[in-house]
Write a protein that binds this ligand. Structure first.
Ligand code: AP5
Ligand code: MG
Length: 189
């Protein structure tokens, strides 16, 4: 199996690039943000829990997120592998994912991190906020808080995967196609 983590701050292009990469490598794309939004739209109990955190730009608690992710992985067990987008976002989530994949006789192959300057992130998210209807894209302070949460809780995961020799950084500035090419090269190595 090829199990990739597509990593990066809010607006780095994880979702955009996952769509391309999943076709190229024939993988299942799991975006925890998309799954939460689907649950919010359908007004499930999980959606109601997640919404309070997401609208403020805070992380949803680990226990809720890990349980959801594991059940999504179990739904797609016979594929070639996964692209995890937006998960793990804390060390506790990374540890849980390692343990869980080990029970399936598989593991993370690589973390590929998209590197994008902060100003560009804010621009992309505010631009999308004009049409996306995502409450967390509408307000400069919420965007700031998402980036702060990333720096505080999520960025340390780079070290976690570096220590396992699984970390690769890719320049996330440029056109979508240029970045896809860079990602494919990094994943193939
Ligand atoms: P999530 O949905 O994961 O949002 P995010 O990480 O904040 O990032 P985005 O999805 O907004 O950005 P992206 O990197 O996917 O970029 P995209 O391709 O969309 O999470 C939302 C919330 O859910 C979290 O804040 C948290 O509350 C909760 N959550 C999710 N996972 C969780 C977890 N594991 N634990 C706890 N809580 C969790 O691109 C962004 C924009 O830029 C788009 O408009 C796109 O068209 C544009 N764009 C993309 N590439 C380029 C380019 N090269 N040039 C110009 N524009 C570009
Ligand atoms: Mg996304």
């Amino acid at each position: 199996m090829l199990n990739l983590i597509l990593f990066g701050p809010p607006g780095a292009g994880k979702g955009t690039q996952s769509d391309k990469i999943k076709e190229h490598f024939d993988l299942v794309h799991l975006s925890t943000g998309d799954i939460f939004r689907y649950n919010i739209k359908n007004n499930t109990e999980l959606g109601q829990t997640a919404k309070g955190y997401m609208d403020k730009g805070e992380l949803v608690p680990d226990a809720v997120t890990i349980k959801m992710l594991e059940s999504e992985v179990d739904k797609h067990r016979d594929g070639n592998g996964f692209i995890f987008d937006g998960f793990p976002r804390t060390v506790a989530q990374a540890e849980a994912l390692d343990k869980f994949l080990a029970t399936k006789q598989t593991e993370i192959s690589k973390m590929v991190a998209l590197e994008v300057e902060d100003e560009e992130l804010k621009q992309r998210l505010l631009e999308r906020g004009k049409t996306s209807g995502r409450p967390d894209d509408q307000d400069k302070n919420i965007i700031k808080n998402r980036i702060a949460e990333y720096n505080r809780k999520t960025a340390p995961l780079k070290t976690y995967y570096k220590n396992q020799n699984k970390f690769t950084a890719v320049d996330g500035m440029g056109t979508i196609d240029e970045i896809t090419e860079r990602l494919i090269t990094a994943i193939d190595q």
